[in-house]
Design a protein around this ligand. Sequence first.
Ligand SMILES: Nc1ncnc2c1ncn2[C@@H]1O[C@H](COP(=O)(O)OP(=O)(O)OP(=O)(O)O)[C@@H](O)[C@H]1O
Ligand SMILES: [Mg+2]
Length: 263
Amino acid sequence: MNEPLLSIRSLSKHFGGVAAVDGIDLDVPARETVAIIGPNGAGKTTFYNMVSGRMTPSAGQVLLNGRDITGQPPHRISRLGVSRSFQINNIFTEMTVRENVEVALAAFHHHSRRWFNLASRNRPIQEEAESLLERLSIGELSARRAGVISYGDKRLLEIAVVLATRPKLVLLDEPTAGMTPEETRRVTALVKSLADSGDYTFLITEHDMEVVFSLADRILVMHRGKALVAGTPEEVRRHPEVRKAYLGEDDDDQESLSQEAPQ
Ligand SMILES: Nc1ncnc2c1ncn2[C@@H]1O[C@H](COP(=O)(O)OP(=O)(O)OP(=O)(O)O)[C@@H](O)[C@H]1O
Ligand SMILES: [Mg+2]
């Protein structure tokens, strides 16, 4: 296993009497993809909110490259190389596809909004935007208004915007939610190629088990705020409690599950 880029130590978040996240430990090795799965309300988004600084933990620590970033504000955590996508599209629909990436790049390079009005004619920013769009296979949509492209392409644009901040750790919250099977395959393949490039470390939440098993090097299964099991996809797939509590499988279904999931 590579050195952990992100280390989570006994992380908890309480809302009144509810322990939304309850003593989670997790290492995310550099350049690997870790998936967090679990039923609705398991605490996945709350976990993300604490890693990205949107929520302050009730207890525990978040370490990035061994440095304690617990409770730091989102902009500082983002500067340190942690970037996230949201379940809902987060793009400017009136701008072109390329301008969406240019705005993110201009912000990353500390340019003011006023400067950005000129930046759309700035060659290095344009080229960087184009190259990111190419990498997400939506280069040909560069001049289209972002509001009119397909839902799957919007999610890819959103990932391009996330990558504009040159993150080391990318948090994806249900990257294939609401997609057609074809869009799901396309986005999964792209995330896989980004992961395989070795440029990024991914933490993903995802309800689609086929996506999880094809992307994840390691999986954490959460249930009611706690870690039910953590391990390789194979270990998780075999775990009896996971089958019962999360996958909703009976013992009789073991055969069909192992056939469905890619090896
Ligand atoms: N801001 C909040 N205030 C109070 N309770 C909250 C808050 N955010 C989350 N919760 C509660 O914490 C628990 C975990 O919620 P969370 O949204 O983290 O789950 P999730 O695993 O992301 O679920 P889903 O798969 O539906 O997105 C739930 O019981 C939820 O009601
Ligand atoms: Mg959620």
